[in-house]
Ligand binder design. Structure first.
Ligand code: 8IG
Length: 279
C-alpha cells in the first residue's frame, strides 16, 4: 500500500479521520469546481429521489473516488454524492445518496465520515434523513417526522478521546421551526438508534416507547453527534416507512420500506427543497 492510501484507511487507528475528511473535501472541490458547499444532505431509505427537487445537479461523484468512502450496502441507496444548486440562491448542497451504517462493521469513523467531510467542504448545516419504524400507531407509513432528540443504543460514540461534547439542542430548534413553517402539520419525535441490522423484537419496541422513543432506526444518532462535534447545525427528519415490530400485525419487510418511500416521495421532496432554500 502506498503511503497516501494508508493514511486514508479509517480502520487504521493511527489514521487521523479529520485528515481523511480534509482529503475527501479536496477531491470534492476539485471535481465540482467550487470552493465550498453550504448545506449537506444525507438521503436515507425512502428519501432517494427527493434530492432532485432541491435544484439542478451540477456534478455527480462516485463515492469510491473519494477518500474514506465505501460502496452502497443497501438496495435502494445510491453510491454517489452530488453537488446540487439550491434553487437560485447561489448556494450549493452536497447531497449524499447513501450512508455507511454502523451494522456494516466498518467502524464508527466510516459511519460519520460523510458528516466530517461535509464540514471540511465548508458546510455549516446538515440535514440528516432516514427511513425508520414508527412506535406511535397514529403515524402511518409515509409520515415524515422531525427529530427532536435521540437515544443512542449503539453503545458507541464517534468522539475519540476525552472530548465531552454537549448534545443539548442537538437537533436545531431554529431549523425545526423553519421546517414547521413550511409544513405546519409536521410532528416531532425522539429517534432511537439501534445497532441493527435485524429489526427490533416487539419487546424492544415496547422498551423504546417506555424510555421515551417515538421512532426506531439504525442510523442518524452517531452522525448527529459527529456533526455537533464539527460545529454543524443539524436538522433530522425521519420518514416512518413501517410500524415498528409489534405495533401492527404484519411482519416487517424491506419491500414495504421501499414502497412507503415511493408513496411519500413527493411530500418529502417538497418539504426538503423548501426547507433547504430557507436555511
Ligand atoms: I426503514 O422498524 C426502517 N429502519 N431499527 N426498525 C429499525 N430500523 C428500521 C426500521 C425499523 N424500519
Amino acid at each position: 500500500m502506498t503511503e497516501s492510501a494508508a493514511s486514508h484507511d479509517l480502520s487504521d487507528p493511527s489514521t487521523d479521520p479529520f485528515a481523511v475528511a480534509e482529503a475527501a473535501a479536496a477531491v470534492i472541490r476539485e471535481r465540482t469546481g467550487v470552493e465550498r458547499h453550504d448545506v449537506a444532505l444525507v438521503l436515507g431509505s425512502g428519501w432517494g429521489q427527493t434530492g432532485d427537487l432541491i435544484g439542478e445537479t451540477l456534478a455527480t461523484i462516485e463515492n469510491t473516488d473519494v477518500p474514506g468512502f465505501g460502496r452502497a450496502a443497501v438496495a435502494g441507496h445510491s453510491g454517489q454524492m452530488r453537488s446540487v444548486a439550491i434553487g437560485d440562491t447561489g448556494r450549493r448542497a452536497l447531497v449524499y445518496g447513501t450512508r455507511t451504517h454502523f451494522y456494516e462493521g466498518r467502524g464508527v469513523r466510516a459511519v460519520v465520515h460523510g458528516v466530517r467531510t461535509a464540514a471540511a467542504a465548508g458546510c455549516t448545516t446538515i440535514v440528516i434523513t432516514n427511513g425508520c419504524g414508527g412506535v406511535r400507531p397514529e403515524w402511518a407509513p409515509g409520515t415524515p417526522v422531525l427529530i427532536r432528540d435521540h437515544i443512542n443504543l449503539t453503545a458507541h460514540s464517534p468522539i475519540e478521546g476525552a472530548n465531552f461534547v454537549d448534545l443539548t439542542d442537538l437537533y436545531s430548534p431554529r431549523l425545526r421551526a423553519v421546517a414547521q413553517e413550511v409544513d405546519p402539520a409536521l410532528e416531532e419525535g425522539v429517534y432511537v438508534q439501534f445497532r441493527g441490522p435485524h429489526y427490533e423484537t416487539p419487546a424492544e419496541v415496547r422498551m423504546a416507547r417506555t424510555i421515551g422513543g417515538d421512532l426506531v432506526g439504525m442510523s442518524t444518532a452517531l452522525e448527529a453527534i459527529a456533526a455537533r462535534q464539527s460545529g454543524l447545525e443539524v436538522l433530522g427528519i425521519s420518514l416512518v416507512t413501517n410500524p415498528a415490530a409489534g405495533i401492527s400485525e404484519t411482519p416487517l419487510s424491506h419491500e414495504e420500506v421501499l414502497d412507503a418511500g415511493q408513496a411519500a416521495a413527493a411530500r418529502c421532496g417538497r418539504l426538503l427543497a423548501a426547507v433547504v432554500e430557507r436555511i
